[in-house]
Design a protein around this ligand. Structure first.
Ligand SMILES: [Zn+2]
Length: 275
C-alpha cells in the first residue's frame, strides 16, 4: 500500500496551521518528498519519520517557500543517521542554490563535523539531478514525469505525474496558473493534488493593485481548478498550497463544486491519503 501525507499546505505567509509546502509519498520501499517548505522536519517528526528515512526530494520550482528547509533536511538527515548521499531532483538552478547555501554554512559545518565526530560522514555528500520535461525518473516502484506548468515569471516550474507500482497514478500541480499541460497529464488520474489561490484581501500598506493581480495571475482560482479537474475527469481532487493560508473554505469549495462533480477535499496539514 502507498500513502501520501500533506506535510505542509501553506504558502510564504506564516501560519501555525498550514506549514510551508511539502508532501510525503511513501510506497512499499521508498519515502520521498515533494518540496521542502518551512517546518517539513517538524511535520515528519509528527509522522514518526526520521529525516534520514527520506530517500530523495523532488523540487517543483525555486520559489523560497518550496526550498527554504532543504538545508535543515540535509543536516537533520545526517544527524539521524543518513550514511548515503542526500539526493535532490529539481529544475535547472537547484544545484547552484543548494551549493550556495552550503557555501554560506561552510564554516559552521566544518566546525560541526570536526566537533561532533560522527561515523556517517558519507551522509554529508549529495547528488543533485537537474531535470527537464524529457527526464523520466524510475526509482524502484516509482515512475516520475515532470510536467512544465505555468508559473511565470518563474521558470522552469514543474508539476509531477507519479505512478506507483504501475497501478496508481496521481498528478501534483506545483505552483501554476491554468496549465493545459497539467490538464492533459491529469486525464483520468486517480488523484490530482492542486494548488489554490483563494483570494487575497487588499492591504494598501503592503500591497499595490499590481500585487493582487500578479499574485493571482501565477496561481489558480477555484473556478480554474474546478474546470481543469472536470475536463480531465480526475477521480479525486485534493487542494493544497493555499494562498492565503486562511480563507472562507465554504465559498471556495462551492466554487470548485460548481464545475467539478467528483470527490473534492480541501487539504489540511497531516492529511493522509491512501493510494
Ligand atoms: Zn511559487
Amino acid at each position: 500500500m502507498s500513502e501520501i501525507i500533506l506535510l505542509g499546505t501553506g504558502c510564504p505567509a506564516p501560519s501555525h496551521e498550514r506549514f510551508g509546502p511539502s508532501t510525503l509519498i511513501s510506497s512499499e520501499n521508498l519515502n520521498f518528498l515533494i518540496d521542502a517548505g518551512s517546518g517539513v522536519t517538524q511535520r515528519l517528526s509528527e509522522c514518526s519519520i526520521l529525516p534520514s528515512e527520506i530517500d530523495f526530494i523532488l523540487i517543483t520550482h525555486l520559489h523560497s517557500d518550496h526550498i527554504v528547509d532543504l538545508y535543515q533536511l540535509f543536516i537533520s538527515g545526517w544527524h539521524t543517521g543518513r550514511d548515503i548521499p542526500f539526493k535532490i531532483y529539481g529544475p535547472k538552478g537547484i544545484k547552484k542554490y543548494f551549493e550556495t547555501i552550503l557555501e554560506a554554512y561552510k564554516q559552521e559545518l566544518n566546525l560541526r563535523k570536526d566537533w561532533e565526530a560522527r561515523p556517517n560522514m558519507d551522509g554529508l555528500t549529495y547528488e543533485i539531478f537537474e531535470i527537464d520535461t524529457k527526464s523520466l525518473i524510475y526509482i524502484n516502484d516509482i515512475e516520475i514525469t515532470p510536467i512544465e506548468v505555468n508559473h511565470l515569471p518563474v521558470e522552469p516550474a514543474f508539476g509531477y505525474k507519479i505512478t506507483i507500482n504501475k497501478t496508481k497514478t496521481f498528478v501534483y500541480s506545483g505552483d501554476t496558473s491554468y496549465s493545459k499541460n497539467l490538464e492533459d497529464a491529469s486525464n483520468n488520474v486517480d488523484l490530482l493534488i492542486h494548488e489554490l489561490y483563494a483570494g487575497l484581501t487588499f492591504h494598501p500598506e503592503r500591497m499595490s493593485k499590481e500585487t493582487l493581480e500578479n499574485v493571482k495571475a501565477y496561481h489558480s482560482t477555484p473556478e480554474q481548478v474546478g474546470k481543469l479537474a472536470s475536463k480531465a475527469s480526475v477521480k479525486k481532487l485534493i487542494l493544497n498550497h493555499f494562498v492565503p493560508p486562511v480563507f472562507d473554505e465554504k465559498v471556495v469549495l462551492n466554487k470548485i463544486q460548481e464545475f467539478y462533480k467528483g470527490e473534492v477535499t480541501l487539504g489540511t496539514d497531516l492529511l493522509k491519503i491512501e493510494l
